[in-house]
Design a protein around this ligand. Structure first.
Ligand code: ZN
Length: 309
């Protein structure tokens, strides 16, 4: 189980960036379990991306969004089902239409309750944040792609297929070439592999790398990561290159039958040497574990009773 020893994961609207016209980001301020929250405006409507963890944070985001919208209609979407991204959606009921891809909706339903319990065990601060939370079913579920017309601005919601979770989606704002990636991309952090066998083995390093290769090829001027500073196309390339190296270094050792503990130690040391300033070092060995299991081809997610993503 992941541990949480950082500060209270509160969303504060004290650091709001505007990387493009009518597109703002409530910055995560470098606090673990606080996501970057997006608010994207059009003439008639506003789309909120991510809720923060728990009811109080979502109330903060909703209040900000209502003030920002100035009477425009509200929509909500989340990049994936993880608690700091989606476990506040219930607060938006009656105020916003919640849209998500079908694989994420399945994650919310099937994985949500387990993650609620797991996160409550991480720390008292997180448990307090999660009081009263019930993972919410989206109001509108699409399958692979959905174009949301905000009035003079069409936002593209796109399911990526299984990567960081089964149900990841990215949100692209084509007129300013901005991309919200959720946890597919972090800035100055090692990629978060939620690899918790036997409970959750949905993450796929090989498929994630495939997603990043396609995203880096296409690029984006403005990249809003799940956590960390807003960046540009280099952020996409950095994650692609990290995942590629992680796979190659893991598999090279696996080929010569090195045991998994030794692989994890050696690859962690190598990656830390490569990126000494990146945080989240504990995720490297989770990534090694996932990629060891995928040696010879991506595995299928375990304990999955829903429709294929
Ligand atoms: Zn996540």
């Amino acid at each position: 189980m992941p541990e949480h020893s950082g500060p209270d994961p509160a969303v504060h609207t004290t650091d709001v960036r505007e990387p493009a016209r009518d597109l703002v980001v409530i910055a995560d301020r470098g606090v673990p379990l606080v996501p970057n929250v997006g608010v994207i405006g059009g003439r008639d409507a506003v789309l909120v991306v991510e809720t923060g963890i728990g009811i109080e944070n979502a109330e903060t985001v909703l209040k900000f969004a209502l003030e920002y919208a100035k009477g425009r209609r509200l929509y909500l979407t989340t990049t994936h089902f993880h608690p700091e991204h989606a476990f506040g959606a219930q607060v938006f009921a009656g105020e916003a239409t919640y849209l998500a891809n079908s694989a994420q909706a399945a994650d919310l339903e099937e994985r949500g309750p387990g993650y609620l319990e797991m996160f409550k065990g991480m720390s008292d601060a997180v448990a307090r944040r999660l009081e009263g939370v019930e993972p919410k079913r989206p109001d509108l579920v699409y399958d692979q792609s959905y174009d949301l017309d905000l009035g003079g601005r069409v936002v593209q919601l796109r399911a990526t297929g299984r990567a960081h979770t089964r149900g990841d989606q990215v949100i692209r704002v084509p007129d300013v070439d901005a991309l919200f990636t959720g946890d597919l991309v972090e800035a100055a952090q090692f990629s978060i592999f939620p690899w918790f066998p036997p409970h959750d083995t949905d993450v796929s390093g090989t498929r994630w790398l495939g997603v990043m290769e396609r995203m880096a090829d296409r690029g984006a001027d403005i990249v809003v990561p799940g956590h960390g500073e807003i960046g540009g196309p280099q952020l996409l390339a950095d994650v692609r290159d990290y995942l590629s190296l992680l796979r190659d270094e893991t598999w090279r050792r696996r080929d010569s039958a090195v045991d998994e503990r030794t692989i994890a130690d050696e690859v962690s040391a190598l990656m830390i040497e490569r990126h000494p300033e990146w945080v989240g070092r504990e995720w490297i060995e989770k990534g090694v574990g996932c990629l060891c299991a995928e040696h010879g081809g991506p595995g299928e997610p375990a304990e999955h009773a829903g429709p294929a993503a």
